[in-house]
Design a binder for this molecule. Structure first.
Ligand code: SF4
Length: 171
């Protein structure tokens, strides 16, 4: 069966910073009938608890860093980079990813970037895990759960997933 990595909160797992989830019934109930969804949570993966302090992306010395939203004094960027490496080694190869939107870890687009003091600079960033995924695997199909409500985006995504899986079998 084709395997798609999926943000655990989208599947209803209570792993968010506030102890909640962001279950998408379309993904959790419908898509799971056709594909094996492999849950992962980068923030729990780097050892953060549930619940936990909120984190955000800040531009510090021309670098995007993942820090706690309140004081900015705890920096999780290196742990997130390590988690990405470990995740790629430990999971069987996946044929696509469905990521939760609006997250400084998983969000694919329109993620808030703050300055060193935590003031909003713009909303054109990408979550730190999503950035590593897309940069290292530019051909891998990746989508946000909310965007799959759009029929055109949905069809394009699953066509790419099927093609990616077929390609992997052939090489
Ligand atoms: Fe975990 Fe990503 Fe969901 Fe945040 S958005 S709770 S990091 S799976």
């Amino acid at each position: 069966m084709i395997k798609i990595g999926t943000s655990a909160c989208v599947l209803g797992e209570k792993v968010r910073f506030d102890g909640g989830h962001k279950r998408s019934s379309f993904v959790a109930s419908h898509i799971s009938e056709y594909y094996q969804l492999v849950p992962f949570c980068p923030e729990v993966g780097i050892g953060m608890s549930v619940p936990r302090p909120a984190i955000q992306l800040r531009e510090i010395n021309d670098e995007i860093r993942l820090v706690d939203s309140k004081t900015g004094s705890s920096d999780y960027s290196d742990k997130m980079a390590n988690y990405f490496e470990r995740q790629q080694c430990s999971l069987e190869p996946l044929d696509g990813y469905i990521l939760a939107g609006k997250s400084p870890s998983c969000g694919m687009e329109r993620i808030k970037i703050h300055n060193e003091e935590g003031r909003l600079l713009h909303r054109d960033g990408r979550g730190m895990f999503a950035e590593a995924l897309i940069r290292n695997f530019p051909d891998l199909p990746v989508e946000e759960d909310g965007r799959l409500n759009d029929k055109g985006i949905r069809e394009s995504f699953f066509t790419r997933v099927e093609a990616y899986a077929l390609f992997r079998k052939l090489v």
